[in-house]
Design a protein around this ligand. Structure first.
Ligand code: DGL
Length: 272
């Protein structure tokens, strides 16, 4: 048993979609979240910049004595999961792409057409394809980047015509041309627009990696005897820019919970 917090991080608020899943499955766990809201989005940056930012944040989480690091970001997972695992051999570092890819590989069959959407970096890395093909080489897989969706979500433009039009701009042709029946939300921001996607394209099977990663977290904590015991622990959410949207989104997730929440602004440039 281990009551230290689990460290989560993302470029902004996307990783909060993993937190809401974690709260359902492992409500006794303490959370230490870092959203790099001052530098979001990561998805159009170079891999070397993403590695620098991610290492800075992960170092901070380790310094805060987390028992595990959860990379609640597909872009970071596709870029530097191995580097971060090597850098912190003493604690588990879990990426988001493996668990979701495994679910796709094990649940889809030869006749299915799988679509993957994500940031430019994630799509360019082909990380999902590589993972899925290892387990299920015959699946038909297609992918496309949707670069404007994250900035809109970070702005809180969700239940809105502009969001629907952006989704249609990226997905109308992609889904129909490839006859996609299973869509992987390959960016942790996208579960926040899942309702828009379901409304526009009813009948699609949606795979939510934010849910799949929590199953993996539970497995690792159980196997390594790191689960927390008791209840009602406090949670801390750091942001490099404590924006209104970030605070509002967290308050929405924790709306009816009894958990204590602290918000903290954190300037990574001052952290050495
Ligand atoms: N939410 C992140 C992901 O899963 C990153 C989005 C971004 O910053 O571009 O890829």
């Amino acid at each position: 048993m281990d009551n230290r917090p689990i460290g989560f991080f993302d470029s902004g608020l996307g990783g909060l979609t993993c937190i809401s899943q974690l709260m359902k499955t492992l409500p006794m766990e303490r959370i230490l979240y870092f959203g790099d809201t001052a530098r979001t989005p990561y998805g159009s940056k170079t891999p070397s910049t993403i590695k620098t930012f991610s290492t800075q944040i992960a170092d901070f989480l380790v310094q805060m004595n987390v028992k595990m690091i959860v990379i609640a970001c597909n872009t970071v997972s596709s870029t530097c999961l191995d580097d971060l695992q090597k850098r912190y051999p003493e604690i588990p570092v879990v990426g988001i792409i493996g668990p979701a890819a495994e679910t796709v590989a094990l649940t889809c069959k030869k006749g299915n057409s799988v679509g993957i959407i994500g940031t430019k970096v994630t799509i360019r890395s082909k990380a999902y394809e590589k993972f899925i093909r290892k387990l299920n080489p015959e699946l038909s897989i297609h992918s496309t980047p949707c670069p404007t969706l994250v900035p809109l979500i970070e702005e809180g433009i969700i239940e809105n015509e502009i969001m629907d039009l952006s989704i249609q701009y990226y997905l109308d042709h992609f889904l129909s041309y490839h006859k996609v029946d299973t869509l992987v939300l390959g960016c942790t921001h996208y579960p926040l627009i899942r309702a828009n996607i379901e409304k526009l394209y009813p009948g699609l099977t949606i795979v939510n990696p934010s849910k799949e990663i929590v199953k993996s977290v539970q497995r690792v904590l159980t196997v390594q005897n790191l689960l927390a015991e008791g209840s009602s622990f406090d949670n801390t959410f750091y942001a490099s820019d404590l924006s209104e949207n970030f605070v509002n989104m967290i308050n929405r997730i924790f709306e009816r919970s009894e958990f204590r929440i602290a918000f903290k602004s954190f300037d990574l440039d001052t952290y050495k």
